[in-house]
Design a protein around this ligand. Structure first.
Ligand code: ADP
Length: 211
């Protein structure tokens, strides 16, 4: 039984109004010298989402950008500690991450998220929360065999042994992104090359300055 209170729809207040901030989003963007956006890394477990997201974050930080990384495992320790891996919990997991990302973007940050986010519908839901050019889907495309060989957390071994159920790529589906903004192939390129591909996209779209 979860120790957390679930807010049923009838409990929700209808009297909550959005408070207008005294410092506008535009003022934050101007102060930061770059746009706010979420870099939504999606891919199989072990595909390299965290690794590439952190490499991108380092590159952005080094040029003075305001950044943060929301990592799947870390978020599940806290904010989403009450959620499991059923389909409904995975959807709620992504919805909360989407809402948190939106706040980061409103704060003018470049926030990288590293979640498997296997369902296209959920990624579309988060995209719809954000404005134009604020949701950048980065498909970390790594063949299942390569992910399984890497198995950085030993999870594939456990899933194959039946110790983990609903494991994406094994007995749970992964919807391949149809038109991601950035498509990195980690089996052919090293981490730095993958990260640079993301940085080049941000430059080309004017999300960060040219140099
Ligand atoms: P995920 O966050 O997708 O579960 P991780 O980033 O935790 O994946 O693990 C990916 C593993 O693959 C790491 O051990 C990383 O060093 C390795 N790896 C090898 N080549 C690459 C690459 N080109 N890009 C990203 N990760 C790579």
């Amino acid at each position: 039984m979860s120790p957390y209170k679930t807010v049923e729809s009838e409990d929700k207040s209808t009297d909550v109004v959005w408070h207008q901030a005294s410092v506008s989003h535009q003022a934050r963007v101007a102060a930061n010298g770059h746009q706010g956006a979420v870099l939504w890394f999606t891919g199989l477990s072990g595909s390299g989402k965290s690794t590439v997201a952190n490499a991108v974050d380092r590159m952005l930080h080094d040029i003075g950008a305001k950044t943060y990384v929301l990592d799947g495992d870390n978020v599940r320790h806290g904010l989403n500690g009450d959620l499991g891996f059923s389909d409904s919990d995975r959807i709620e997991n992504i919805r909360r991450i989407g809402e948190v990302s939106k706040l980061f973007v409103d704060a003018g940050l470049l926030v990288s998220t590293a979640f498997i986010s296997p369902f296209a519908a959920d990624r579309t839901m988060v995209r719809a929360l954000l404005g134009d050019k604020q949701f950048i889907e980065v498909f970390v495309d790594t063949p299942l065999e390569v992910c399984e060989q890497r198995d950085p957390k030993g999870l594939y071994k456990k899933a194959r042994a039946g110790e983990i159920k609903h494991f994406t790529g094994i007995d749970s589906a992964y919807d391949v992104p149809v038109s991601p903004e950035v498509h990195v192939k980690t089996a052919n390129q090293d981490v730095q090359q993958c990260a640079l591909q993301v940085i080049e996209y941000l430059r080309a779209e004017g999300i960060i300055p040219q140099s």
